[in-house]
Design a protein around this ligand. Structure first.
Ligand code: FES
Length: 573
């Protein structure tokens, strides 16, 4: 479509003319003896480019001084994003703007998303995410972009960024519609931060090239454990990629990795199990075809992980490692017989409360008794996650702030283990329940004295905002959350509000993990359960203990949303 903008004489005299194209303001500039047209809104934050300076084929925006090529609209300052250029024709002394059918917007936005992530430009990332969602792109496709970037560009392997990204992907079904884009941006911003200035990862090829291997599957599995045991990360990785390339079933691959992740006690403070679980959750979400790219990212760190039996806490004053070894054997034997499951409705919960005891032998005995009575691996894992979550719900504010991390690690590792036990059949992984239970035992001092359970709150969720906005609202937040559920409130509403709080802050890695684990564990119990209510109340306490922050990342997301709506940020509200 051709639109007359004005006369050539006017253009030469004024240096620019303004026009409209499909609801957009367009500016036609005169420079170097010819006409050029660009979208008049600066792609950075919307300042009118016609108020900028034109010189030697460039227009410089007068707000943050980004420069744009008049011929293409592309920026010389990547923080600002590329603009759009339009063809101009001069015909018999008149200037015409030519508006052709739009570019491939989705393709363009995908490219910009990728560039935003690579260059750490959160505003570009946020604008791209909003644009892609508005174009109908499935959020899972956006997660995939982050996952592909994060796995290929971090030689250290799976880290906090990918963990946050997958945690946010898991939370999406629980969020208010307006929080979907912020959740994706938070996850992607973490991936970007985690990969910038890191060397890329180069994958190893499978044994025998691509799938012709004479090694029996059982031997591959035993090799993998042996190489992790001897901290031979590269050897273990080559075995793993061979398992994947030869089409071994996901359950078999998972069982191999989980066995290795529980051959030693509470590896890397729980991070090994956390990262392994998240890698499998990513594959559950995006498809097993990514296994060869995703799973190797956790191998090196599994091999290098600290082993808790090397630490003094696990040796003195009680030799917890000896207790672990005795209990593991009993527990594996009992679970291997395939018990029918505890059918007493309060049985799993009762076990969880018993795991909070202050005698490690009694804690181990409680697990074995439950297994002897037929508890499944899933039930043992759920009881452990409840116990670990109650350490947060009962965390006393007299403790130091940093101690929240201690109970957080126990909880998120227990949740990761529970998700693995629920998803995969792995006889060895049940040993992780023993490790987790004794980690919960070791953290008992953080419940001395135990904070009172959050009973008798007002239950008005509107009051939670006050707990996020000022310090000191820990117990109050727990009481409000618990009171709301006790009064028959909709748990989805509470979860959406907890997630909204998370996304409204400059949240740290542990916060995302805690909120997501609490939602996963809430879902593991029957609708309306007291256990679920206590876990969510604990999460409200955790959030209130850490808020408020400067809230910079949410501000970037808000700016991006206003720009997408076409608002003028440069004018006072
Ligand atoms: S550089 Fe143009 S609005 Fe920031």
């Amino acid at each position: 479509m051709r639109t007359r903008v004005g006369s050539l004489d006017d253009l030469k005299e004024h240096g620019h003319l303004l026009a409209k194209a499909g609801g957009h303001g367009v500016c036609v500039f005169w420079d170097g003896g010819r006409a050029w047209a660009l979208d008049d809104r600066c792609p950075h934050m919307g300042f009118p480019l016609h108020r900028g300076t034109v010189d030697q084929g460039l227009v410089t925006c007068h707000w943050h001084h980004a420069r744009f090529d008049l011929a293409t609209g592309a920026t010389l300052d990547p923080f600002a994003d590329d603009g759009r250029a339009f063809p101009v024709e001069i015909d018999a002394g008149d200037v015409f703007l030519v508006v052709e059918p739009g570019e491939d917007q989705v393709g363009l936005l995908r490219r910009r998303l990728r560039e935003g992530l690579e260059q750490g430009l959160t505003l570009v990332t946020a604008k791209s995410v909003l644009g892609l969602l508005e174009s109908g792109v499935d959020p899972t496709d956006i997660v995939r972009v982050g996952l592909e970037l994060g796995t290929a560009n971090r030689r250290e392997g799976w880290g906090a960024g990918l963990t946050v990204l997958v945690a946010m992907a898991n939370l999406l079904p629980w969020l208010d519609a307006d929080d979907v884009a912020p959740a994706l941006v938070h996850g992607l911003a973490f991936v970007s931060r985690d990969t910038r200035n890191h060397p890329p990862a180069f994958s190893l090829t499978p044994l025998g090239g691509n799938g012709e291997v004479a090694v029996p599957p059982e031997r591959l599995a035993s090799w993998y454990r042996r190489f992790i045991e001897t901290r031979s990360g590269a050897a273990a990785e080559r075995v793993l990629v061979t398992q994947v390339a030869t089409g071994r079933p996901p359950d078999e691959v998972a069982a191999t990795m989980l066995a290795a992740a529980t051959d030693h006690v509470f590896l890397d403070g729980g991070h090994t199990l956390d990262f392994t679980n998240k890698a499998f959750e990513a594959l559950e979400l995006l498809g097993w075809d990514l296994a060869a790219a995703v799973l190797p990212t956790v191998v090196d760190q599994t091999a290098a992980a600290t082993r808790s039996e090397e630490g003094g806490r696990w040796r003195h004053p009680h030799d917890l490692v000896a207790l672990v070894r005795r209990t593991e054997a009993r527990l594996m034997a009992a679970v291997a017989t395939g018990g029918p499951g505890i059918d007493d409705p309060t049985g799993v919960s009762d076990l969880g409360w018993r795991l909070l005891g202050d005698d490690p032998v009694a804690v181990a005995e409680a697990l074995c008794e439950a297994a002897d009575e037929g508890a499944t691996a899933e039930q043992l894992g759920r009881a452990l996650a409840l116990a670990a979550g109650l350490r947060i719900t009962r965390f006393h504010t007299q403790n130091e702030l940093g101690d929240w991390d201690t109970v957080h690690h126990g909880f998120t590792a227990a949740n990761a283990l529970h998700q693995c036990l629920r998803r995969h059949r792995s006889p060895e992984a049940v040993r992780g329940v023993v490790h987790g239970a004794l980690k919960v035992y070791l953290d008992r001092f953080l419940n001395v004295p135990a904070a009172r359970l959050p009973l008798g709150g007002t239950g008005d969720l509107a009051d939670l905002q006050g707990c996020w906005d000022t310090q000191g609202g820990v117990d109050r937040a727990g009481a409000i959350a618990y009171g709301f559920l006790e009064g028959g409130g909709d748990p989805r509403q509470l979860i959406a509000i907890l997630a909204h709080c998370l996304l409204g802050e400059d949240a740290q890695f542990h916060w995302y993990q805690t909120v997501e684990a609490a939602v996963a564990q809430y879902s593991a119990w029957p609708e309306g359960s007291n256990e679920g209510a206590l876990l969510l109340a604990g999460t409200a306490r955790f959030l209130a203990a850490h808020t408020p922050t400067r809230r910079e990342l949410p501000q970037v997301v808000r700016i991006a949303a206003r720009l997408r709506r076409g608002e003028d940020l440069f004018e006072a509200e």
